[in-house]
Design a protein around this ligand. Structure first.
Ligand SMILES: [Zn+2]
Length: 254
């Protein structure tokens, strides 16, 4: 059983208060377990290479500059690592923002599972030029994903190995993924519940929130899991990922 990190580009900030800070990595992850190859998040759509403002709208104009080299989109990364996209059995997202669900449609052979409350929010704002949700990333009238929902936690495969942990606030249906290895070691993928590892100590929510108070509670939940011994991998944390330039094993047990 294996957790793989898949680096899928960067975003740099245009906001004056972020000047001089390192670029934030954009990450996807593969979990290989019991015949399943699960992809958590899909990074950014290749359209951002040509004209990010046209594809992302106001977000790219005012806040974030996406950087996605030719070899860095999630499909190219997986192929370079010998993982055929068609062999991904399940795609699931922390949330549907444009740097986490950008390539969902590139996995037509995979089961794509979307949390209903995230979808319900995303489709109401996806045509708003500054929402961070991009219709073409995840919405296809002719190929809707599978929907599900839950309140606090969801045992994704029914065997206790992959547990979705509800961490709303950044978006309504935001979720982290907890991976439990045979030894009991737990690894958690943060999505955007926090942007940097330091926020687990300060308790600060991400700068962009749908509901700030709810987001603060989610940071506490994630910090509590860390304090109980889980390894929390913060998806946009420069310190954890900026040296990673190809698919790399984060943790494995046989
Ligand atoms: Zn986000």
């Amino acid at each position: 059983m294996k957790l793989l990190a898949v680096p899928v580009g960067h975003v740099t900030s245009k906001m004056p208060q972020m000047e001089g800070t390192p670029p934030n990595p954009v990450m996807a992850f593969i979990i290989q377990t019991a015949g399943e190859t699960v992809l958590f998040d899909t990074g950014m759509h290749p359209h951002v290479r040509e004209d990010a403002v046209a594809y992302w709208g106001g977000i790219a104009r005012r806040h974030l500059v996406p950087v996605l080299p030719d070899e860095a989109d999630v499909v190219s990364r997986l192929e370079a690592a010998g993982i055929a996209p068609k062999n991904v059995t399940l795609v699931i997202n922390s949330h549907l923002h444009n740097d986490h669900a950008g390539m969902n449609r590139f996995f037509p052979d995979s089961r794509i599972l979307v949390r209903q409350r995230e979808w319900d929010h995303a489709i109401t704002v996806m045509d708003d030029n500054s929402s961070g949700f991009v219709r073409n990333d995840f919405y296809d009238d002719n190929a809707l994903p599978d929907f599900f929902d839950y309140e606090s936690e969801c045992d994704l495969l029914g065997n206790g190995v992959l547990t979705l942990v509800s961490t709303p606030g950044h978006t309504p249906g935001h979720q982290c993924l907890k991976i439990t290895f045979p030894s009991g070691a737990r690894h958690i993928l943060s999505g955007d519940a926090v942007y940097s590892a330091g926020q687990l100590d300060t308790g600060d929510p991400p700068a962009i929130t749908w509901d700030r108070d709810v987001a603060v509670e989610s940071v506490k939940r994630l910090a509590g899991l860390r304090d109980s011994g889980a390894s929390v991998h913060v998806c946009h944390d420069p310190g954890e990922w900026n040296g990673v330039e190809k698919v790399q094993t984060v943790y494995e047990e046989t």
